[in-house]
Design a protein around this ligand. Structure first.
Ligand code: PLP
Length: 268
């Protein structure tokens, strides 16, 4: 038999247009050499213009999918994306309290860029309270970070203070993605981990940010963690992956652009 690729799991919502959510995560996992596993938490009606409708799945069905996988093929690394409801967050937290998962990356997403709610307000508060302590890394954008912190994040100094504060409240490491910070020419991503603060600065991509960029970043970090790379190296490589995927963006529909293949040397 050939070598088994490391298993990476996404627990997230379905995006039938293939730009974000589970479908995007599976594409990134596959491109980065991980075996892709996908537990849906919700279905959406959506295309490149936006999310028209959301149908959350029953929480017990979400955790039964997960428990069945864990009994047979536990993942080396896992990410969570859209969780939908506070019931799903609570059921997931109950499961994790009894069976912690290694290399758990949590994207504390609340709204899609198009405005649709991907997790309820009570769900977001419960996520902060019960899921963050299980996370090896959380990856809020500026708005999500401010919501979790309870204070505005308007510049790099705020991002560093916020990342440290969120780390103290439970997550082992916090990456605040800076795509939304008001620096005209650069994007700054801020990591707080056991070694302190690290920042990455990249030239800002001009034009619309492609759909699913946050999903792809956490999926790429998760794939690298599944391969056994340390957290910072996984983040560094994932930021490179997403930067290249943004430069390779294309427009499959009438709405926002979609990410392309972010590998350095895409295969035939
Ligand atoms: N749909 C699903 C199922 C998602 O998980 C996400 C992001 O997590 C989105 C839509 C929104 O993606 P974006 O805000 O990049 O358009």
């Amino acid at each position: 038999m050939t070598r088994t690729p490391p298993r990476a799991l996404s627990i997230a919502g379905s995006d039938p247009s293939g730009g974000a959510g589970l479908q995007a995560d599976v594409a990134v996992f596959t491109r980065l050499g991980a075996h892709p596993m996908a537990v849906p938490t919700a279905l959406t009606v959506q295309n490149s213009v936006g999310v028209a409708e959301v149908m959350p799945l029953p929480a017990a069905f979400v955790t039964r999918q997960l428990a069945h996988l864990l009994a047979d093929m536990p993942p080396a690394a896992t990410k969570t994306g859209m969780l939908g409801t506070d019931e799903v967050v609570a059921a997931l937290a109950d499961l994790l309290d009894g069976r912690p998962l290694p290399n758990l990356v949590i994207d504390p997403i609340r709204h899609a860029s198009s405005g649709a709610e991907l997790l309820t307000g009570p769900g977001h508060r419960l996520l902060a309270e019960r899921l963050l302590p299980h996370a090896a890394l959380i990856t809020p954008n500026r708005d999500e970070a401010a919501l979790l912190w309870g204070q505005p994040v308007t510049n790099g100094a705020d991002a560093a203070r916020c990342a440290q504060a969120l780390r103290e409240s439970g997550a082992r490491a916090v990456l605040i993605t800076g795509g939304h910070l008001p620096d005209k020419n650069h994007v700054v991503d801020t990591l707080a981990d056991a070694e302190g603060i690290t920042t990455w600065r990249h030239p800002r991509h001009m034009g619309a940010v492609p759909h699913g960029t946050g999903c792809a970043l956490t999926a790429a970090i998760t794939a690298h963690l599944a391969h056994g790379l340390p957290l910072r190296e996984s983040i560094r490589r994932a930021l490179g992956y997403v930067g290249r995927a943004i430069r390779a963006a294309h427009a499959p529909g009438r709405g926002r652009p979609y990410l392309g293949d972010g590998r350095e040397f895409p295969q035939e």
